[in-house]
Design a protein around this ligand. Structure first.
Ligand code: UD1
Length: 417
């Protein structure tokens, strides 16, 4: 399983460069099946989730090669519409293949993704949009069998700006007959990125980044080369690493514009932040200020994927802070583990009340999901004594070389199997 052992209370300093975004590359890799074409994707991070997507692409017949951070996908030999059950179980976001496979094969068989560590995560919005576009969906024995005689563009109103449902709908609509409009679409930078990739292939998608997206159906795709944007959540996590250790870290190779919500809250907590368009310097405070309220929201609100890391920071603040998690139902599992390290956190439904303590102390803790796991590492960096973070396979789903990058900044962290 693997664990990190961290000897904390060390100030981080230096420079760190951010890798490509997990949540951007996954929908792009799903999209590679659509075009009967060849895609070369640069700046692909080396992550477990990317490996799983690679295995799925190979299982449906694509030729996939990965050399360092370049992924090459040839979807011309694709010969199956069945997505292997065991791989869907390993990565819930494989459901974005539904839209892409329907565009390519007019049919897809995929197992129903179960709940996960951060709540039940239903897919009703995905299914409704695909039905609106003309898909018949049979659900039986835990499988979804989706079929269409030909998708037809239409107006789709999402009840909630779900990232995955927006992506699935775009992927299903690119070859549909006529025009599709998605209203109340998610506005995350990763959606803009998917639009950019698809348009390079020859799709006609516009409006990504706003809540109304228009997709005019086309008939074929070209070969394409694309470079993935950097990971705003990896960047945000290193920003908190600097803040929580009173450090001075420069974070490079980022789009600072995508980090505004995180930057604003870190400033409120006392960090000094200097930036240009592609790098940020963050100087952590001597004493962290509490924050009256952080509410997680769809982009451009504060990202739920940074909630756990901020909780670690606020656990050593000067006063009481409140976090309201509005995006996911059950995303506070890290609170109990932070409490083992001396944090004072009360959870009431979707609200966490964090009463800052003078210091955290090292303890044996377990990572239960990706971002929650990262928050325990951050807490360990600031804590007095030694922290063991177990189950780090969750963390490795989303952070490439996390321990090595932290070590470069002066952390005393080692990975043991
Ligand atoms: C994506 C990100 C994830 C991030 C999340 C929110 C990827 C691979 N993952 O996940 O890291 O935390 O966006 O920014 O990009 N919902 C429904 N019905 C649906 C779909 C969603 O009720 O059909 C609900 C979910 O249960 C959740 C909320 O909508 O409460 C947001 O989910 P969504 O935006 O879809 O997140 P994901 O795409 O799963």
């Amino acid at each position: 399983m693997g664990k990190y052992i961290i000897n904390g209370d060390k100030r981080l300093t230096g420079e760190v460069s951010i890798f490509g975004a997990k949540n951007a590359v996954l929908p792009i890799l799903a999209a590679t099946v659509i075009g009967n074409n060849q895609s070369t994707i640069y700046n692909t991070p080396n992550l477990r989730d990317v490996e799983i997507m690679k295995k799925i692409l190979i299982s449906v017949g694509c030729i996939v090669e990965k050399i360092d951070n370049i992924m090459y996908v040839d979807s011309r030999p694709l010969n199956s519409f069945i997505i292997p059950d065991d791989l869907v179980r390993e990565m819930r976001s494989s459901i974005i293949l539904m839209g892409a496979m329907l565009s390519r094969c007019k049919e897809v068989l995929i197992s129903y993704p179960g709940g996960c560590e951060i709540g039940p995560r239903p897919i009703d919005l995905h299914l409704k949009a695909l039905k609106d576009l003309g898909t018949e969906i049979e659900e039986s024995h835990g499988f979804l069998h989706c079929k269409t005689d030909g998708l037809k563009g239409c107006d789709i109103q999402l009840d909630y700006p779900s990232v995955g449902a927006t992506e699935n709908t775009i992927l299903a609509a690119v070859f549909a007959e006529g025009t599709t409009i998605i209203r109340n679409a998610a506005r995350e930078p990763e959606i803009v990125e998917l639009q950019n990739y698809l348009n390079k292939c020859g799709a006609r998608v516009s409006g990504a980044g706003t809540s109304i997206i228009k997709i005019e159906g086309v008939e074929k795709f070209n070969d394409v080369k694309h470079t993935v944007i950097s990971d705003r959540i990896e960047a945000g996590t290193f920003m908190v690493a600097s803040a929580i250790t009173g450090g001075e870290v420069v974070i490079k190779n980022i789009e600072t514009d995508h980090l505004q919500a995180i930057t604003a809250k870190l400033r409120e907590s006392g960090s000094l932040i200097y930036n240009d368009s592609s790098s940020i310097k963050i100087v952590g405070p001597r004493k962290v200020n509490s924050i009256e309220m952080i509410q997680t929201l769809p982009y451009p609100g504060f990202p739920t994927d940074m909630q756990a890391q901020m909780m670690a920071l606020l656990s050593i603040a000067n006063g009481t802070s409140i976090i309201s998690e509005t995006v996911f139902e059950n995303r506070f599992k890290h609170a109990e583990e932070l409490t083992r390290m001396g944090a004072n956190i009360k959870i009431i439904g979707r609200v966490a009340v964090i009463k800052g303590v003078k210091e955290l102390t090292g303890a044996k803790v377990k990572s239960k999901d990706l971002r929650g796991g990262a928050s325990l590492v951050l807490a360990g960096l600031a804590a007095k004594g030694s922290t063991e973070v177990d189950n780090i396979h969750h963390i490795e789903r989303g952070y490439e070389d996390f321990d090595l990058k932290l070590k470069e900044l002066g952390a005393d962290i080692k990975k043991v199997d």
